[in-house]
Design a protein around this ligand. Sequence first.
Ligand code: GLV
Ligand code: GLV
Length: 333
Amino acid sequence: ATPTVYVTRKVPEAGLARLRDRYEVVVRDEKLPPSKAHIERRLADLDADGLVCLLSDTIDADVLDASSDLSVVSTFSVGYDHIDLEAAIERDVAVGHTPGVLTETTADLAWALLMTCACRTVEGHAYVEADEWETWGPTLLTGPDVHGATLGIIGLGNIGTATARRAAGFGMAVRYSGRSRKPDREAELAEVGVDATYVDREELLAESDFVSLHVPLVESTEELIGASELRQMPDDSILVNTSRGGVVDTDALDTALEEGWIARAGLDVTDPEPLPGDHPLLRHAPSRLVVTPHIGSASIGTRDRMAEMVAACTEAGIEGEPLPHSARQDAGL
Ligand code: GLV
Ligand code: GLV
């Protein structure tokens, strides 16, 4: 029989068309995520061989057990913290994801948030729209310089490196921290004139004007940025998070913004996520906080390439071939 693939939400046609060429493809065409029970039911009913999911779907042992034919789960994201990787390994279910294709797009958004917080663009727009713009002002909406400032990158992986590379155009000093020094990344950055210095996290927090987070969410990075880290940052510094909401302690950030431990934060990811419109954190917006709804990979071209990549991973998994991007391999497991 033709293998069946269940897709939890409509992804760009570029990927679906490729899957439809070879398989029965069932796409759940709804705006909101399915419940875990719904995914389990559908996988069981379809005896699905492949599952294409999003970062908003929880894929645990129950889901992996729902269809005994399941050989691959492909997530339309680089992050796979929503998938129980160990349970997948135990069941010999391959896990595909989409690194690489979204690296530059996410770095662009990190910079958009950095620039927004520094140049106060969202706040400025709100000011004009509120009809408060009466005259040119010598100190109206002044903020820090970006050029010549120090950028701290926590997690110098693909996206962290791409974010650091962009600092070349602004003549910034770059510091990075992480589990280990990355001479290859340093060399790659040196080629474009970025001198990236490996420092410990405390030093990075204390010395950076901008701190941008680029770690995956794993046990050791949960609430990596909490009260003590926020206190170590200069009071005119800016925090940017395009990684995962859980990397930052939301309550501590709320206090930091309230008490002025840092100047501003730009977040593309939040905890909770989605962040409800009436969440207390939003009382700091837009003067001290700017939030975007997890759109770090949201360029049209990148989303098409992600769709093609999930299709390629799904295909490889069903055919029993090595995945072009295996989460297991990328996690070093
Ligand atoms: C459709 O297949 C659905 O899962 O809702
Ligand atoms: C987005 O956050 C992703 O993991 O692709």
